[in-house]
Design a protein around this ligand. Structure first.
Ligand SMILES: CC(C)(COP(=O)(O)OP(=O)(O)OC[C@H]1O[C@@H](n2cnc3c(N)ncnc32)[C@H](O)[C@@H]1OP(=O)(O)O)[C@@H](O)C(=O)NCCC(=O)NCCS
Length: 203
């Protein structure tokens, strides 16, 4: 099914602000910090991600990634962001991908946090910020996400940021080289924003 695009004139995102974090698309000045953080976080991330290509951390591959990101943003197909703490430290990444327009108006959320920055509330802050951006600036109706049933961090993150568990898809994504079942989650523009429970030293 083809989804024609209703919002070809969305301004390219420059900065999305959250609580204690900001998000922006990557550019070449991020290469060193990005590659260092991904290398350092490899063991933490690889059980939950598609298999990394052999050249994934090279400058050439990063340049291609940036080019692809800019094309995707320009064509309203995906909005890939890096996540920075307010003190400008790169902490992770998040993508609103597979944007569908027409009668769907939805996108799929994917995310990763660097191992040294896990469990500090940063991804919760980033997801809250990007869903506001998705519903206000991008005028989407729905944001979807999926995760492995045993990914406790990811399921907690989604539930904490207001997503509802909607289903279960068998053999849904090829993660770490294996087709694996996933839980399916959704957040609607009309869903209530969950109350935030204060946690000491956390978002
Ligand atoms: C999932 C992920 C992005 C969460 O990022 P984060 O910045 O650590 O998340 P937050 O600190 O905002 O915490 C969100 C919730 O998850 C919980 N959580 C985080 N890490 C956890 C862990 N290892 N085990 C159990 N719960 C965890 C937090 O306690 C919090 O829930 P709570 O409010 O009920 O306490 C991060 O763990 C990650 O990148 N994991 C590896 C890659 C991955 O799983 N990607 C997603 C694939 S679907």
């Amino acid at each position: 099914m083809a989804f024609f695009r209703l919002y070809p004139t969305i301004p390219a995102p420059t900065l999305v602000r959250g609580e204690g974090v900001y998000l922006r698309p990557a550019d070449m000045r991020d290469y060193e910090a990005w590659t260092e953080l991904r290398a350092q976080s490899r063991a933490f991330l690889t059980p939950w991600e598609p298999t990394w290509p052999a050249d994934d951390l090279t400058r050439t591959s990063f340049r291609s990634r940036i080019k692809r990101n800019h094309q995707e943003i320009a064509s309203d197909e995906a909005y890939p962001f890096l996540i920075f703490r307010d003190d400008d430290v790169l902490t992770g990444g998040l993508t609103l991908g597979q944007v569908k327009r027409g009668v769907v108006q939805a996108a799929t959320l994917g995310y990763w946090i660097g191992a040294p920055y896990a469990r500090q509330g940063l991804m919760s802050a980033a997801v809250r910020a990007v869903t506001v951006y998705a519903f206000s600036t991008l005028r989407l109706h729905r944001v979807e996400a999926s995760c492995l049933p045993h990914n406790e961090a990811s399921t907690k993150l989604l539930e904490r940021t207001g997503f509802t568990r909607e289903g279960y898809a068998r053999s849904y994504l090829r993660i770490n080289g294996i087709w694996q079942d996933h839980l399916l989650y959704g957040l609607l523009e009309t869903d209530p924003v969950p109350l935030r429970v204060a946690r000491p030293n956390k978002n």
